[in-house]
Every structure is written in C-alpha cells, then in structure tokens.
Design a protein around this ligand. Structure first.
Ligand SMILES: Nc1ncnc2c1ncn2[C@@H]1O[C@H](COP(=O)(O)OP(=O)(O)OP(=O)(O)O)[C@@H](O)[C@H]1O
Length: 304
C-alpha cells in the first residue's frame, strides 16, 4: 500500500503539492489523473524518494522509500522511459539493475519475455522506439517482482496492441494482489483499466473514489424514459424530488436516480413505460466536470 499523509511540496514560493492525503490500496488498479501540471509526476517522485517533501509523508508499506531495505523488490516504477544509458543494450541495463539489487539474473530473461522485447533487448537502448523503451521501462519495474508498482503514462507511444497489453498487464498485477498506481491522460483507456481513481488539480485532491462512482457523479449520467404519459410521470418525479428534462414529447431524462427508482415510481403510479434505460457518462465527461476549475494550461473549456 502507498500512503500519503499531509504531503506538501513547494518549489521556491510555489506550492505544487498541497496537503495530499490518500491511500493507494493493493489488489486494484488505481488511476492517477489530473490536468497538465497538476502534480502527478511530482507526487510519484516524492513517493520514490527522488525529491523531498516540504511537509508530510509518502510511505510504501509503512516506510519512506529511503528506509526500504530492498527497494526494487518492494516497489517498481516507470517514470521516464527514456531515462536510460543510450549506448547500453536493454538487456545490459536490466542485468546491471538486477546485479546491484541482488536479484537473480534469470529474472532478466523472464521480464524481457513478459514485455515481449526478446531480441530487441540486445540492441542499443538509444535505438529503441518510444514504445519499445516503454516496454523496457516496464520490464525494469517488474524485475524485483515487487508488491507495489507505479507507472507514469505507461501507454505513451504504444500502438493499440501495446495499449491493450499494458491494460491486461495492469489487470493481472492487481489480480495478483499488488498495488498498481498508474497515471494517464487517456481517459478512455483509464475507463477500461482502472478500478479506482485519484484525481488531483493544482496539487490538491479533487476525488478519491471508485471509477464507477466518479462516472455516476457526472451530470451526464442519467435515466432515459419513454412513455406516452410523460406529463404524469414528470409530476411523480418532481414529487419524489428528482430533476428531469424533457427532450421530446414522450421522453424524460432523469438525473440523480437509478433505473430501479424511476421504474418503481412509474409502476406505483400505474404509468406504462415504453423504454427505461441508464445513460452512462464517459469518464472523459465526468473528468472534465471535476477538473474544470483546475486546468492551468491550455485553452479554457466550457463546462459540460
Ligand atoms: N524541479 C522543479 N522546480 C520547479 N517547479 C517544478 C519542478 N518540478 C515540477 N515543477 C512544477 O510543479 C508543477 C507540477 O508538475 P508535475 O510534472 O508534477 O505535473 P504533472 O501532473 O505530472 O503534469 P503533466 O500531466 O504535464 O505531466 C508544475 O507546475 C511544474 O512546473
């Protein structure tokens, strides 16, 4: 488990991480989202002891990174896939890592197979494509068979097969009971991969909740009803304190309710329905609503 407690980081007079407290739990893929400059990479660097917090703590399994005895066996991370010695081969890079961390050398072959690099790992790391470098970085993260894994934008540069492969890998690592903490800008991908989401904006926590709950909170999540008695149903919905819109003569779109709730209300009033279905918002839509006030860079966007 990763635990952040009152984590703060200041660069000069600028606070980039502000009172961040949360737990990233084992057995799940936790997506880490936030607009550009929100502080995701900084948070990961603080967890990995690559930077010192101004205040608060970032612990892995109850310890700060520098107190972990076998760091690579406890936590594996991919932060910057290009941070490699370009003249060395991928295999040599992993071998050096394994040697300096007391990891058996057979793990090098194992993880290269896992990430599908094989022969490409014999060539210079500097000649690898971005996608291959990502795979090599993931191999390095897996080398010590750690319980905690952190990936900063792991699908960056991967082709669709690679993206799917990363998704399946994250899933299986979480299913093995590991803690998987992964940042991404690809909302559609996160919607398919993550169980839980942590969203930050300008260094502050915006949301820490299951993916399904974050999507359900979005205002575009609704129940669509078609009925020849829309007037009657609208009265019933209003009396039950529900908000609705009426895009068509026979259609109502109800927010803040489940299909069961709306179906039961109609049934109790003897109102015939021709259609009753949930309309699920995308994570992209829910995310845009959540972060609308925290976007620092880029064009201002309309609230959805
Ligand atoms: N070493 C540093 N010195 C000064 N400011 C820094 C430093 N590192 C990061 N920052 C600032 O901290 C803020 C958070 O940056 P960070 O890279 O953590 O954001 P991010 O959420 O990972 O962004 P992105 O999605 O663009 O990768 C940014 O405003 C950045 O300019």
């Amino acid at each position: 488990m990763i635990s952040l407690n009152g984590l703060r980081k200041r660069y000069g007079d600028r606070t980039v991480i502000d009172e961040l407290s949360l737990d990233v739990r084992p057995g799940a893929v936790t997506g880490f989202l936030g607009p550009n400059g929100a502080g995701k990479s900084t948070t990961m660097r603080l967890i990995l002891g690559l930077d010192r917090p101004t205040a608060g703590t970032a612990l892995i399994g109850g310890l700060p990174y520098h107190r972990i005895r076998n760091p690579l066996r406890t936590v594996g991370a991919l932060l910057d896939a290009r941070a490699l010695h370009p003249g060395r081969s991928g295999r040599a890079h992993l071998t050096a890592l394994a040697r300096s961390n007391g990891i058996p050398l057979r793990r090098v072959t194992e993880v290269l197979e896992t990430v599908g690099l094989g022969k490409a790992a014999r060539g210079r790391a500097g000649a690898l494509s971005l996608g291959m470098s990502q795979r090599l970085g993931i191999a390095a993260a897996l080398l010590g068979d750690p319980e905690v894994l952190m990936f900063d934008e792991p699908v960056n540069g991967l082709d669709p097969d690679g993206v799917r492969w990363v998704r399946d890998l994250m899933r299986s690592l979480a299913d093995e009971g590991r803690t998987v903490f992964v940042s991404s800008h690809l909302m559609s991908e996160m919607q398919l991969t993550a169980d839980h989401l942590v969203v930050i904006g300008r260094g502050r926590l915006i949301a820490d909740a299951p993916l399904a709950e974050i999507i359900a909170r979005g205002s575009l999540t609704a129940v669509v009803v078609r009925t020849p008695h829309a007037d009657d149903l609208a009265v019933r919905l209003g009396a039950a304190g529900l908000r609705w819109e009426r895009p068509g003569e026979n259609e109502l779109v109800v927010t803040g309710a489940t299909v069961e709730h709306v179906g039961d209300l109609a049934h109790e009033a003897g109102i015939r329905l021709h259609e009753l279905r949930p309309r699920e918002a995308s994570l992209e839509q829910a995310y845009q609503e959540l972060t609308a006030d925290s976007v620092e860079y880029g064009a201002r966007r309309e609230r959805v």
